[in-house]
Design a protein around this ligand. Structure first.
Ligand code: 5GP
Ligand code: ZN
Length: 143
């Protein structure tokens, strides 16, 4: 728990939010600065403070993702698609240091740059090197 954390304050009801869902462990509310003009951009968070999603217990992350899926399902009733996004760490675009899942409704031709990036190519043999490196990281434990 961080006394300065804006999402902890939202979870405790100390800062107002446009709440869509709440249970004992999780809360879902509208992002105050949505990516889409038509709104609906939702944040789903664990009430307990974890800076990164990668620090959350599996069970809680599954429950949080399950709520994100329900929100996505609801948004799909009026949108053409939905991006479910996790920004984990500053380099990945995480500014609020309380784990959260973005659910962003998408519309045909909304031109929001969330799902496209300039792709690069592996050099011959590079993919195998990367595969070996990351497999080792996975297998050394703590993940
Ligand atoms: P991040 O870039 O950290 O993944 O995204 C954090 C999101 O939280 C941003 O999209 C931002 O608009 C949203 N946000 C930040 N402060 C507040 C707040 O006080 N209330 C709500 N509802 N959303 C917030
Ligand atoms: Zn927090």
């Amino acid at each position: 728990m961080s006394s300065e954390c804006v999402f902890c304050k939202i979870a405790k009801g100390e800062i107002p939010c446009a709440k869509l869902y709440e249970d004992r462990e999780i809360i879902a509310f509208l992002d105050i600065m949505p990516a889409t003009k038509r709104g609906g951009h939702t944040l789903v968070i664990p009430k307990k403070h974890y800076e990164h999603v990668t620090e959350m217990p599996d069970e809680l992350l599954c429950k949080t993702m399950s709520v994100a899926k329900r929100v996505a399902c609801a948004l799909m009733k009026e949108a053409d698609g939905v991006n479910i996004l996790l920004n984990n760490g500053k380099a990945a675009g995480q500014y609020v240091k309380h784990a959260h899942i973005h659910v962003v409704p998408r519309y045909k031709d909304d031109k929001i740059g969330l799902a496209h990036w300039e792709s690069v190519k592996y050099h011959p043999g590079e993919m195998e090197e990367v595969q070996a490196r990351i497999k080792k990281l996975l297998e050394e434990g703590n993940c």
